[in-house]
Structures are given as structure tokens and as C-alpha cells.
Design a protein around this ligand. Structure first.
Ligand code: PMV
Length: 359
């Protein structure tokens, strides 16, 4: 892949500059769980790009008098120095260095902030890594790298993937697909591509209200979780099922069949957690309130006939998904029945977004 992406050498157009991007989080409908080196998915996944939950990152760069053997990184979080984040970025820079040849020739001051509440249990790795990747590609172009608009996004997705797999799906929106799949043109294991079909109107500005059930530290990191799919008794069937679900969902997103949408999305969420419960060691990330919320959503859907459904991330929080035209009733339901199951009655109202943006 390194040869596909032209990366500039040592003659630069600029000695210093500053770039800034905002990038959103995303929520997978067909889940990625299981990978092989380096950050390559075992199955294709599909996600909704979010809008409200974002990371905003600015990078100031300056040519070093003498190129270092190592990177020069200063990291600020919400304007204050946060040296504890530097090792993670250092590892990321090491991984992407073959594709960004300028990294050791400059010093970087990275200033980042999230629009969602701190320690809300919402992973900031997807938005954080994709904002960082967009900034680095922009710097490369300012320094003289020749990349078309399409190549920029592709490269940013490629780099973000090396930081955190699912981050590659946050560059574009409102729906992206990552992982080689026979029915998706140009799909790749190395970067995500935008959904190509015409999204049925019911999915336009689709709502995602994220219920913050448990804001604590995750018991199991996603890296550990992915690794438990090696030798997992159901791994092969799971990867095949995900690819089959992606094919079905690709059609549903165009024909608007809500019964099928709900079935695929909820089954994917529960299967992800079933994989965790059936690995060795096994673990449960859902809390009792996660289950109570799921049951309340099922009862409400049955009684109201409103096509509201849920999905889950690798944690206890519940994403409540529904068409924009039912926002009023569903918000009433959330406030009356679900908010009390959230920590401090907290939830975040998000909706479909269009990916990373230059600031
Ligand atoms: O990107 P990672 O390595 O944090 O893995 C994310 C895995 C899930 O969020 C559980 C599923 C997905 O496809 O986003």
C-alpha cells in the first residue's frame, strides 16, 4: 500500500503552518469484531457516521533545524498539556511513518478537544484518530504532497485505520463501509468507502440518541476483545454472517424495509455481545440497565408501531435509532421511561452526519 500513496520526501513548500479538522464518531450497524495484522478486519462492516459527537484537532507544525531520530510531539487536551496521551500518538506515528515521510522532520503541537462529555463511556478513538489523520494529510499537502480530493480522504481513512480500526469509517458520511466485500465496488480492507447506493428517505437525518448507561472504564479494551476472536469456536460463522448481513443491509438502506433493518441491526448488536460472552476468557459488558432498556424499547415498539431499535457498542451504553419524523414521540418515551436507567439521567442526541470537516 505504501507505494500507492505518494508521500513527499525532504524538500518542503513550507517551514511551518497550522491545520485543524473536526471529525465525528461513528456507530457500526454491521460490526467489526476480529482482526489480523496490521489492523485488517476479518469481515466487512457498515456504520452510520455521527454528527454531534466529534473531536476537534488542530496541529501546529514547524520544521526542525535537524531531523530527529524520533518524533517531536506535544499534546494538549482542551488547551492543557496532557503528556499521558503522547505514547499513544507516538505509537500511531511509528505505524504511519512509512506513509508520511515528513514526520521526523517537523515538530508538532497537537491540540485536541471532544464535543461530547468527558468520560461518558463514548470512545473517542474513532473521532480522535480520524481528526488527527485528516490533519496529517492536510499537512502533507501543504508541504507539497500531490493528492486529489479522493486520494486525500482515502489516505486519511487508511491512516486512521492504523490508529484505531473503526476510525477509518469516520472520514466520510452518512454511511460508510470498511472491508473487502464482493458486492461493494472499490471496497477495501485498508480504508473505508462511502455507501454508494441512494439512501432511502426514511434514513435521511436518522436519529441516534446515545443512552449513557455506564460511564466507567471499559473492563476489556477492544484490542483484547478482537484478539479473543482468534480460536473462537464461532469465529468463522460470525465473519460469514457479518458479510451476509452487510449485503442485506446494503439493500435495506435503499428500499427502506424497516422490519428487516431492525432485525439486522439488533441481531448484529446482540451477536457482538454474544461473541464476548462465548470467548475464553468470557466477559459481559452489558449492565442490568442495558437489558431493561432493550426490553422497554421492544415493548414500546410493539405498542406504538414506531420503528425504533437499538444497537450497542463494545460497552453498556445503548444507541437508540429511529427516523427523524418520529423524534417527538420517541424523545417523550426516552424522557419518561429510559432516562432514569442512565447514569445521572444522561443521554446525547446525535444524528447522521457527513464526516470530517476542515475548521
Ligand atoms: O476500532 P476498534 O478497534 O476500537 O473496534 C471497534 C469495535 C466495535 O466498536 C465494537 C465495532 C465496530 O465495528 O465499530
Amino acid at each position: 500500500m505504501s507505494t500507492t500513496y505518494k508521500s513527499i520526501g525532504s524538500s518542503y513548500n513550507k517551514k511551518q503552518g497550522k491545520v485543524a479538522f473536526a471529525a465525528p464518531s461513528n456507530i457500526a450497524l454491521v460490526k467489526y469484531w476480529g482482526k489480523r495484522p496490521v489492523q485488517l478486519p476479518e469481515n466487512a462492516s457498515l456504520s452510520f457516521t455521527l454528527n454531534v459527537c466529534r473531536t476537534e484537532t488542530a496541529i501546529a507544525y514547524k520544521k526542525r533545524a535537524v531531523s530527529g531520530n524520533d518524533f517531536s510531539i506535544t499534546f494538549l487536551f482542551e488547551g492543557a498539556p496532557k503528556p499521558s496521551f503522547v505514547p499513544k500518538i507516538h505509537t500511531f506515528f511509528e505505524r504511519i511513518a512509512p506513509y508520511c515521510l515528513f514526520l521526523k522532520d517537523f515538530e508538532f503541537i497537537i491540540d485536541s478537544k471532544n464535543t461530547f462529555p468527558h468520560s461518558s463511556g463514548i470512545a473517542s478513538s474513532a473521532s480522535g484518530m480520524s481528526a488527527l489523520a485528516m490533519c496529517l494529510v492536510e499537512i502533507e499537502c501543504e508541504l507539497g504532497g500531490l493528492l486529489s480530493a479522493v486520494e486525500r480522504k482515502e489516505k486519511a481513512s487508511f491512516l486512521a485505520r492504523l490508529g484505531s480500526g473503526s476510525a477509518c469509517r469516520s472520514i466520510e458520511g452518512p454511511v460508510t463501509i470498511w472491508g473487502k466485500h464482493q458486492i461493494i465496488n472499490k471496497s477495501s480492507n485498508e480504508f473505508a468507502v462511502p455507501f454508494e447506493g441512494e439512501l432511502h428517505p426514511i434514513f435521511r437525518n436518522y436519529q441516534d440518541t446515545v443512552l449513557l448507561i455506564d460511564k466507567g472504564e471499559k473492563q476489556v479494551s477492544s484490542t483484547v476483545g478482537h484478539n479473543l476472536m482468534y480460536g473462537h469456536p464461532f469465529a468463522k460463522a460470525r465473519f460469514e454472517q457479518a458479510n451476509a448481513n452487510l449485503e442485506k443491509l446494503n439493500a435495506v438502506l435503499q428500499n427502506g424495509d424497516m422490519d428487516q433493518f431492525i432485525e439486522i441491526v439488533e441481531s448484529e448488536a446482540l451477536t457482538l455481545h454474544a461473541m464476548m460472552m462465548t470467548s475464553l476468557p468470557y466477559f459481559i459488558l452489558m449492565k442490568s440497565n442495558t437489558l431493561e432498556v432493550i426490553n422497554a424499547i421492544w415493548n414500546y415498539r410493539k405498542a406504538s408501531e414506531i420503528p425504533v431499535c437499538f444497537t450497542l457498542d463494545a460497552g453498556a451504553n445503548v444507541h437508540v435509532l429511529y427516523p427523524e419524523r418520529h423524534k417527538k414521540e420517541v424523545m417523550e418515551f426516552i424522557n419518561e421511561e429510559l432516562a432514569e436507567k442512565c447514569q445521572n439521567k444522561q443521554y446525547i442526541c446525535d444524528n447522521l452526519g457527513f464526516g470530517a470537516k476542515k475548521l
